[in-house]
Write a protein that binds this ligand. Structure first.
Ligand code: IPD
Length: 276
């Protein structure tokens, strides 16, 4: 059963003042503008507030979130915004919440790898309505609404048909808060069940690749709501399956996104490790 966090369908009718195409258009514009801001500043890849072993705090992350926020608030001044860069600030009261990851894959971006993206989602009463993931250096815009197809650059996409877990290509990640024995148990399990695994470094990009049928699944033991809010809707509307395997405080979760065909096998292998 899907967690309410990733169910695609809104709980009730959308606010009549809001139309899904309008929300989608703003999500897409916000993700595109954020990405364009970063692209225009590629010469500032080294412009950071701090570099840690587990994370990079980049000035362009902050600026890209401000860019996306300005697009959203100019269209919907009374909506709430949960952004990675301001995630500790209290959220204003609103049925409609926008969720922004200005640069997902910041370490990749910092080192010059093109596997990073800008992600914007909108939820109404907790349910995903629309989302966009822009991968600027790959010139790809992924989009979905709760009632429409998943698209890449305007063309409908579908998950893969793989149903043999031993032949499935799975991506996973290195949890930024746990690079110890606990994290390696998950990596070992992902390597044991599928083809040789990938660690590509940007959760939302990985999930878009699941939506596009280029990966069969993605699992991480600790990601955040802004990493998955837009991409999970895109996976589901491409025919895949998403599940929060375990929820933690402060928007953190263990998360699985697959093509559906290998979902149960992944879940059965990984879930027991979460309860150790
Ligand atoms: C991170 C990336 C990374 C994943 C981390 C995320 P950020 O997001 O998606 O691939 O392993 O769990 O937090 O910090 O670059 O936005």
């Amino acid at each position: 059963m899907l967690s309410p966090d990733v169910q695609a369908r809104p709980a009730g009718p959308l606010n009549p003042m809001l139309s899904t195409p309008q929300l989608q258009a703003i999500a897409t514009l916000a993700a595109r503008r954020a990405g364009e801001h970063v692209l225009a500043n590629l010469h500032r890849r080294g412009d950071v507030n701090s570099v840690l072993r587990t994370d990079v705090k980049h000035k362009l992350d902050v600026e890209a979130q401000e860019t996306a926020t300005a697009v959203i608030l100019s269209a919907f001044p009374d909506h709430a915004i949960l952004g990675e860069e301001t995630c500790d600030a209290p959220l204003p009261e609103s049925d409609t919440v926008w969720i922004i990851d200005p640069i997902d894959g910041t370490i990749n971006f910092f080192h010059g790898l093109p596997w990073w993206c800008c992600s914007v989602a909108v939820r109404f009463k907790g349910q995903a309505v629309a989302g966009a993931v822009f991968i600027p250096e790959m010139h790809q815009m992924y989009e979905a609404t709760f009632d429409g197809p998943a698209l890449c650059n305007g063309v409908p996409i579908q998950v893969s048909k793989t149903d043999r877990i031993d032949l499935a290509i799975l991506a996973t990640g290195a949890d930024k808060w746990d690079l110890g024995e606990h994290a390696f148990r998950f990596m070992r399990k992902v390597s044991e069940i599928g083809q040789r695994p990938r660690i590509l470094g940007a959760a939302a990009v990985d999930m878009c690749m699941v939506a596009a049928g280029k990966l069969d699944g993605y699992f991480e033991s600790g990601i955040y709501v802004w990493d998955m809010a837009a991409a999970s809707l895109i996976v589901e509307r491409a025919g895949g399956q998403c599940e929060i395997l375990k929820a933690y405080p402060k928007h953190r979760m263990a998360f699985l996104a697959t093509n559906g065909g290998v979902h149960a096998a992944c879940r059965d292998a990984l879930l027991p490790l979460l309860n150790v």
